[in-house]
Design a protein. Structure first.
Length: 115
């Protein structure tokens, strides 16, 4: 099982980034997918989630209206489009796949929002 995040980097406040998470080794379409983030010294927090068919999404209050989660089951990939980025969005972003007792994590990608 592998979850490989990409798309992180350094961006100025107000800018945008698109994170991708490519999955392999399991039936991607059967799993709900989520993005978490962890800032230095803080807990890992849920940012956004999407159901296995992609019909239902969830967003943390702090990112509603700015971030959009989506998935392409044909490509086994989940995305996080992040707009209007703020300094408080700086964190390592992790991709997560969940189904019943199964729970898989990526290695994370750093997002830094700074001028």
């Amino acid at each position: 099982v592998q979850l490989v995040e990409s798309g992180g980097g350094l961006v100025q406040p107000g800018g945008s980034l698109r994170l991708s998470c490519a999955a392999s080794g399991f039936t991607f379409s059967d799993y709900a997918m989520r993005w978490f983030r962890q800032a230095p010294g803080a807990e890992r927090d849920l940012v956004a989630g999407i159901s296995s068919p992609g019909w239902s999404t969830f967003y943390a209050d702090s990112v509603k209206g700015r971030f959009t989660i989506s998935r392409d089951n044909r490509k086994s990939t989940v995305y996080l489009q992040m707009n209007s980025l703020k300094s408080e969005d700086t964190a390592v972003y992790y991709c997560n796949a969940a189904r019943n007792e199964y729970d898989y994590w990526g290695q994370g990608t750093q997002v830094t929002v700074s001028s």
